[in-house]
Design a protein around this ligand. Structure first.
Ligand SMILES: [Zn+2]
Length: 444
């Protein structure tokens, strides 16, 4: 039995590679490995044939796969094979590599509607894991269908069954710091911070910092966020729990607080909401819009009228957000503005968005708009030589620099919420302080 298995393993050169990687992993850390061994039921095999554990680790191609967290266990003497879908794979070539040869299994995987995700979504790179008998009868198969989901096919009571299963993920809290040299995304890339976290940062501080115009070299930030791991590999990042952002020498803080009604929002450590009546930037922040070069952009300044707005260089199609709750006062074409939207807000404030390529579908005069709603897309209609958004901010009809206007602040937490708030966010405020401190030390 053991011999037969070794024979099969030896036929597959890919397995030697995995064995090498496995040894390397063993050298790096033995703890996750033992987790895998338990999860895959290889331990029962070892007790059966009575081989020292170290030998087993050398000989058995341990599946180093995110599917490992599913905690499957195999029959004694059965073979586990892990693989990834290759570029030119067909169902046949994949099943062949996985040592699946019984007609019943092949037929089931090919035709059963409940297993159709395998033949219909054979995407390169996806992990697959199979448990077969020495003779090539499929006992169990796992096929990755998402970051934390898999199709599980099992043989029971004479026939095969398939079901979607969820990975058990390990949740961790991650702390990272970075300094901006060229752009936010360059900094987050260097620090190994996922894009979703970078975008959350921009969103969280969007009432205080215009991430398109305000960032400077030397700005720095610390962030604490949730992340889900599977077998040591990051599969999902969650929410930012707290963050500190130093922009042009001014420090901003944010902590996530879930209030008594169950709503989660960001606050300062003192319990003031970070959500304000106006966003600093009308542009949706993304890797593309943030990297758009100002050098490519030559606005027609002061030619068609005294220039009384802020110009945001951005690729055509970048989404434009209403900076505050309001009502549509105008949507249509107007002279040098080209396609333009004018919104009226409370307090006699109005905002203008010009040179658009598209309006949001159905947008019409009198329509109520909520802050952050996408109202249109960047273009170069009207008098514009490059694709950009012309944004104006008017108070009682007078043009004001939105970057200089003190924007109205939202209400702070009530007294009863504040006590619960302080209990909940205190640890994260402390962690941020520690992070800042340790950073300072490492820079010295
Ligand atoms: Zn302009």
């Amino acid at each position: 039995m053991q011999k037969g298995k070794s024979g099969i393993l030896a036929q597959n050169p890919a397995i030697h590679e995995r064995k090498l990687r496995l040894r390397w992993l063993l050298a790096a850390s033995s703890i996750p490995l033992f987790g895998i061994i338990t999860a895959f039921g290889i331990a029962p095999q070892t007790s059966d044939v009575n081989v020292p554990v170290s030998t087993v680790i050398e000989e058995v191609a341990l599946p180093q796969s995110p599917l490992a967290a599913l905690g499957v266990s195999g029959e004694t003497g059965s073979i586990w094979q892990t693989d990834q879908v290759k570029q030119d794979d067909t169902l046949s070539t994949l099943l062949d590599r996985l040592n699946i040869h019984n007609d019943e299994a092949i037929e089931f995987l090919r035709r059963a509607p409940e297993a159709s995700v395998l033949p219909s979504q054979l995407r390169p790179g996806r992990h697959v894991l199979a448990n077969t008998s020495v003779d090539g009868d499929l006992l169990e198969l796992l096929y990755q269908t998402g970051p934390d989901t898999a199709l599980q096919v099992k043989r029971g009571a004479g026939s095969y069954h398939a079901a979607q299963v969820q990975f058990a993920l390990e949740n961790r809290t991650v702390m990272k710091s970075a300094e901006i040299q060229s752009s936010l995304f360059a900094a987050t890339d260097d620090a190994g911070i996922p894009d979703t976290i970078a975008m959350q940062l921009a969103e969280i501080f969007s009432s205080d910092i215009d991430f398109h115009l305000d960032l400077r070299r030397g700005d720095r930030f610390s962030v604490i966020y949730e992340a889900s791991y599977n077998n040591g590999e990051l599969v999902k990042s969650g929410r930012v729990l707290s963050a500190e952002f130093v922009n042009q020498g001014k420090t901003y803080h944010a902590v996530l607080y879930r209030d008594q009604a169950g709503h989660s929002n960001y606050y300062t450590p003192e319990g003031k909401s970070l959500h304000k009546s106006f966003l600093r930037s009308p542009l949706e922040f993304s890797r593309i819009s943030s990297g758009f070069s100002l050098a490519r952009f030559h606005p027609v300044l002061q030619t068609w009228r005294a220039h009384k707005g802020v110009d945001y260089a951005a690729p055509i199609g970048t989404r434009i957000k209403a900076t505050a709750d309001g009502t549509v006062a105008f949507v249509g074409t107007q002279g040098g503005y080209g396609n333009v939207i004018m919104l009226e807000h409370s307090g006699g404030i109005s905002t203008v968005y010009g040179h658009l390529s598209h309006f949001a579908a159905g947008l019409h005069k009198g329509q109520k708009i909520t802050q952050g709603d996408v109202i249109g897309q960047v273009g170069m209609s009207g008098l514009a030589t490059g694709s950009h958004l012309h944004y104006e901010f008017r108070v009682h009809g007078e043009h004001r620099d939105p970057l200089k206007v003190a924007l109205p602040v939202n209400v702070p937490l009530s007294k009863s919420e504040l006590a619960s708030f302080q209990r909940q966010v205190h640890p994260f405020v402390e962690d941020l302080a520690l992070l800042r401190h340790s950073n300072t030390i490492s820079l010295d």
